[in-house]
Design a protein around this ligand. Sequence first.
Ligand SMILES: *[C@@H]1O[C@H](CO)[C@@H](O)[C@H](O)[C@H]1NC(C)=O
Ligand SMILES: *[C@@H]1O[C@H](CO)[C@@H](O)[C@H](O)[C@H]1NC(C)=O
Ligand SMILES: *[C@@H]1O[C@H](CO)[C@@H](O)[C@H](O)[C@H]1NC(C)=O
Ligand SMILES: *[C@@H]1O[C@H](CO)[C@@H](O)[C@H](O)[C@H]1NC(C)=O
Ligand SMILES: *[C@@H]1O[C@H](CO)[C@@H](O)[C@H](O)[C@H]1NC(C)=O
Ligand SMILES: *[C@@H]1O[C@H](CO)[C@@H](O)[C@H](O)[C@H]1NC(C)=O
Length: 457
Amino acid sequence: MAGDSAAKTCFFFFIIFLFLFHHTKSTLFFPKEALPTKSGYLPVNPANDSAIFYTFYEAQTPTSPLPETPLLIWLQGGPGCSSMVGNFFELGPWRVSSSAQNIENLSLEPNPGSWNRLFGLLFLDNPIGTGFSVASNPQEIPRDQISVAKHLFIAITKFISLDPLFKNRPIYITGESYAGKYIPAIGYYILKKNTQLADSERVNLRGVAIGDGFTDPETQDATHADNAYYLGLINEKQKKELEEAQLEAIKLIKIGNWSEATNARSKVMNLLENMTGLATLYDFTKTKPYQTSLVTKFVNMKDSKRALGVFDESMEFEHCSGIVKAAMHEDMMKSVKYMVEFLVSKIRVLLYQGLYDVRIGVVSNEAWVKTMKWEGIEKFLMADRKLWRVNGELAGYLQKSWEGNLTNVVVLGGGHLLPADQALNSQAMIEDWVLENGLFGRVPEIMNLSTDFSEPM
Ligand SMILES: *[C@@H]1O[C@H](CO)[C@@H](O)[C@H](O)[C@H]1NC(C)=O
Ligand SMILES: *[C@@H]1O[C@H](CO)[C@@H](O)[C@H](O)[C@H]1NC(C)=O
Ligand SMILES: *[C@@H]1O[C@H](CO)[C@@H](O)[C@H](O)[C@H]1NC(C)=O
Ligand SMILES: *[C@@H]1O[C@H](CO)[C@@H](O)[C@H](O)[C@H]1NC(C)=O
Ligand SMILES: *[C@@H]1O[C@H](CO)[C@@H](O)[C@H](O)[C@H]1NC(C)=O
Ligand SMILES: *[C@@H]1O[C@H](CO)[C@@H](O)[C@H](O)[C@H]1NC(C)=O
């Protein structure tokens, strides 16, 4: 009898073992369909082993032959935050979700609003030291935008050389937040560099798109008090206090004390957080912060690191790197507006903001855009703000210069990590902008030329 019972016990544990094994597999398993088309490292300094980590997802249902299909590059902000947040939380083809009962139970779910429906999509962990990218030593981490751009240029040209299919594809650089500085920097660098290169070696850059971007701190950081006050988040007395704090940051920018200016800005943000008590300034409607920690948990699992081709599985992924943030401390408050002014006269620029962002949102962007020195700016500012609808429903507002060099979109129903909140509408936006469809195209105005004599003939 005892033997029988022992056998039963053994069988019982065997079943438990099977269950656990199966359970582990089903919760930690990285589905094959979710694997990137390509991923790994793009060395930026082979002598020192520094390299930018990337994940690439080919277009799911391209409407053009692959060699002509646009390629989007995504850069996260921070400074120092990983593009794996963009990938697995915002706009990638598979997003991390957790079951409501058990937050530890993570899985990947297909994203119907993925930005790689029609286009190739490349995520870069930039600058080195961010996410799974490798900085062989802290001194090599960029401290300014020109160094960021140099590394990105090496990484992008290396990526293009990986496959003849990538050779001439139209490239659009996209991203969010502090990428409002990286994107102009790499765009500017590419256009300048292209003039020194043979046709066959040029990077086919067609446009840049910046979401909730930080580009011109001096004008943008002057808007927090008004923005919060007119939203009803603070009263007049608090507004005065906030104005003084932001004036301090601007004064420090003007005298070029960059480090102190960054500290002064942090104080402004801290004041705003304290005064409003919001769960996050990134979205004043949210009752808890964006759950980006799910991405950290997910990509830190061995299976994920193996699936993504992370070279050292003991590498601890941080969603934002404090070391990179510290390296960029003095860069923080420096403007790259002049770079956008250059870009918008050569290629297409899209700016978009989530309406609920009170950190770097609509008002903050309007403020710097209207100070742009660019020959098209007056016409842009005079243009009507159009109602932008997706499938018949109001999705936001769109304003653009008649040629389409500059487009600004305000997106309803979302905050700073806009594609996380508005997956389908952000997909419609990026697709229509790249393809110049509907309101994003030039056609309506051209059709109206005969009745509108203020436009160039
Ligand atoms: C884990 O999540 C999946 C999908 O959300 C669900 O089907 C499963 O029952 C969950 N398992 C546990 C142990 O919570
Ligand atoms: C490697 O890093 C060190 C320290 O930052 C630097 O002095 C050296 O020039 C780098 N080597 C190369 C080949 O860039
Ligand atoms: C910036 O301001 C701080 C505090 O007033 C001061 O200690 C520091 O020397 C200044 N730095 C520069 C570069 O002016
Ligand atoms: C915000 O509140 C925290 C906690 O009360 C406090 O430590 C901090 O000094 C406050 N920040 C500012 C800028 O007043
Ligand atoms: C808009 O961009 C085109 C190149 O695509 C350029 O030729 C044109 O001059 C630009 N317009 C303005 C007003 O900058
Ligand atoms: C042309 O302009 C008129 C008057 O401003 C406007 O009502 C109409 O919708 C415009 N047509 C197109 C195709 O944009």
